[in-house]
Design a protein around this ligand. Structure first.
Ligand SMILES: Cc1cc2nc3c(=O)[nH]c(=O)nc-3n(C[C@H](O)[C@H](O)[C@H](O)COP(=O)(O)O)c2cc1C
Length: 363
């Protein structure tokens, strides 16, 4: 009923509007609803679902269910009161950079409905680590919250200055929340530089290794990599026991091989990278490869729309899952729908707990 209302009434209106304007309005509505106990109770009643078999402890953190919000939806960490009520088991906020960042020029978000994808060229718009950390110095979060840190989108920064910028964001954000993610894979920086390059990654991790690591730390990477490239990244991270695991993956940079031609996508914007369904297979492949190469924990992300998609990522080696695009295309009921379907699939296969599926996959 609520799903139908979103798809038949709200979505057609939203999809006629500029995507960033819709996102800003949804954020304002979410902040407002999260402020009052009545708002939270209504959202909880409409969207929340839990099942004991989904509860699990990963990296020492207990999650009521494995479905988390991926980084990029709540860039300034404002929706922490409402996200638990719509059923997320955890949420990653940010990415947050050392300095405040306006992001790339607008328009910087485009829908590709035929692909169930968003073309994203935000460029790390956020208020900066100092302001966001100050706001959350005493916040008690209802679900595990991860803070994602990234390098300020400023092409004048040298590689060394970039490392210091990451460090600044890390020092502000790591003491807060349940875990920290180092986003080394934002494809939308104005200089096109990411810290996934082996030399830069080694430099960054060696620099951060000197800091106190109080919580689990994840590295977020993209999945348009060959196995050899993935192996190199994993082997660099293996030298750092404080790196708990990987988030696989960030947006897809390759525009080939889709129903929509590269030329059509280029007409929307030559800049930006793709979320959603076009990412699904390549992220599953990367998860599967990485899970065989390391014992580090994997958070699977990219093109999860159904319980089957979620189950496939867990079977590929993921212990937790994240999504954004499904929320935009299907509405908030998608979280409980995925969780319900996941419970059904586990029961079909004779699993009593999600930890058993994960253990079997990583055997
Ligand atoms: C609008 C938008 C903004 C994003 N911004 C970020 C970001 O700031 N940091 C980050 O690590 N990933 C960011 N991402 C990537 C997502 O976290 C996720 O890795 C990707 O969208 C794949 O998941 P999905 O297919 O469920 O959307 C963004 C994605 C979208 C759609």
């Amino acid at each position: 009923m609520i799903e139908l209302a979103y798809k038949k009434l709200l979505k057609p209106i939203f999809f006629k509007m500029d995507p960033e304007k819709v996102h800003d309005r949804m954020t304002r509505t979410g902040i407002l609803l999260g402020k009052t106990s009545i708002g939270r109770a209504i959202m909880h009643g409409m969207f929340y679902y839990s099942h004991p078999s989904l509860k699990n402890t990963v990296a020492g953190i207990t999650f009521d269910n494995p479905i988390g919000l991926a980084a990029g939806f709540d860039k300034n960490a404002q929706l922490y009161n409402i996200l638990p009520e719509i059923g997320f088991g955890f949420a990653e906020l940010g990415s947050i950079t050392g300095e405040p960042c306006l992001g790339n020029p607008k328009p910087r978000l485009f829908r590709l409905p035929q692909e169930k994808s968003i073309l994203v060229n935000y460029g790390l718009y956020n208020q900066g680590a100092q302001k966001i950390a100050h706001k959350h110095a005493h916040t008690k979060f209802k679900i595990p919250i991860g803070f994602s840190v990234a390098k300020t989108n400023d092409p004048s920064l040298s590689v060394e200055q970039g490392v210091q910028d990451y460090r600044k964001a890390y020092l502000h954000m790591h003491p807060l929340g349940a875990y920290t993610t180092i986003n080394v894979s934002c494809p939308n920086t104005s200089d096109g530089i990411t810290y996934q390059n082996p030399q830069k990654l080694a430099l960054l991790l060696d620099a951060l290794a000197k800091e106190k690591h109080l919580k689990p730390v994840f590295l977020k990477i993209k999945s348009d990599f060959t196995n050899a490239e993935l192996a190199e990244i994993v082997d660099i991270a293996e030298k750092h026991p404080w790196v708990t695991g990987f988030i696989i993956s960030n947006l897809r940079t390759n525009r080939e091989g889709l129903k929509t031609s590269k030329t059509q996508i280029d007409q929307l914007s030559t800049k930006g990278a793709l979320s959603g369904l076009p990412l699904q297979d390549q992220s599953n492949r990367a998860i599967s490869f990485v899970s065989k190469r390391t014992n580090k924990i994997i958070i699977g992300c990219g093109g999860i729309f159904t319980g089957k998609d979620a189950y496939e990522k867990i079977k590929s080696g993921a212990s937790l899952l994240q999504l954004i695009t499904a929320l935009i295309y299907e509405g908030p009921t998608v979280i409980s729908k995925i969780n319900r379907e996941l419970v059904d699939l586990m029961q079909r296969d004779g699993y009593g707990r999600i930890s058993e599926v994960i253990a079997d996959a990583r055997d």
